[in-house]
Design a protein around this ligand. Structure first.
Ligand code: G3P
Length: 215
């Protein structure tokens, strides 16, 4: 499973990229707004750090405006993926952009039928929002499993990004569901590397070593 970083914070991206396990980055208007910086400037900086798909989301809600906004954005760098919200207008825009060879990530997906429409429109990626489905009292990972089954059944090439990941368990469950990608907030990524028994083990190894090294 590929790991994308779900952030627009350049420092976090630099830190995480050093691990050598980051395959791409996803941003959204909320994440960009949090940084309080120029959108295009941030996106360009990210493309210089991570060599993989970098999702940048349009703000427009009408299909023709989404397409107009997407085209120059896609020209910023060959790795740019245009993030389009999952609406009827979004599907229209996705169909147009995909035919032009522009990679689209259909976002704010909460059901298998939404994902199916995105795949039919030629989306390169589809992003089901696990955490937000869980927040509603449903099972977000079930939706990922359904999408994976349908895409395999019909051989759709659209890659599934498990998004709105909140916990380490979400990462594990996304991998078990065979999601192509999990997009991770920096903190969740770093937490996923830790285990209290690892820390205790290191402590014990060093204490034992200390006993003999002083002799
Ligand atoms: O990739 C989508 C993600 O940013 C949404 O996460 O935690 O705001 O539901 P969250």
């Amino acid at each position: 499973m590929k790991y994308f970083l779900d952030t627009a914070n350049v420092d976090e991206i630099k830190q995480a990229a050093q691990l050598g396990i980051i395959d791409g980055v996803t941003t959204n208007p909320s994440l960009i707004a949090k940084e309080g910086r120029n959108f295009e400037e941030v996106i360009k900086e990210i493309t210089a750090i991570v060599d993989g798909p970098i999702s940048a989301e349009v703000i427009a809600t009408k299909a023709d405006e989404m397409v107009t906004e997407a085209r120059p954005l896609a020209k910023l760098h060959p790795n740019i993926v245009i993030k389009i919200p999952m609406t009827a207008d979004g599907i229209r825009a996705t169909s147009i952009l995909s035919k032009e060879g522009i990679a689209v990530n259909v976002t704010l997906v909460f059901s298998a039928t939404q994902a199916l429409a995105a795949a039919k429109a030629g989306a390169a990626f589809v992003s089901p929002f696990i955490g937000r489905i869980d927040d509603m009292g449903a099972d977000g990972m079930e939706v990922v499993k359904e999408i994976m089954t349908i895409f395999k059944q019909y051989d759709y090439q659209t890659q599934v990004i498990a998004a709105s990941i909140r916990t380490r368990n979400h990462i594990k469950m996304a991998a078990l569901a065979q999601a192509d990608i999990a997009t991770l907030p920096y903190k969740v990524l770093m937490d996923s590397l830790k285990h209290p028994l690892t820390d205790l083990g290191i402590e014990k190894f060093l204490a034992d070593w200390e006993k003999v090294s002083n002799k």
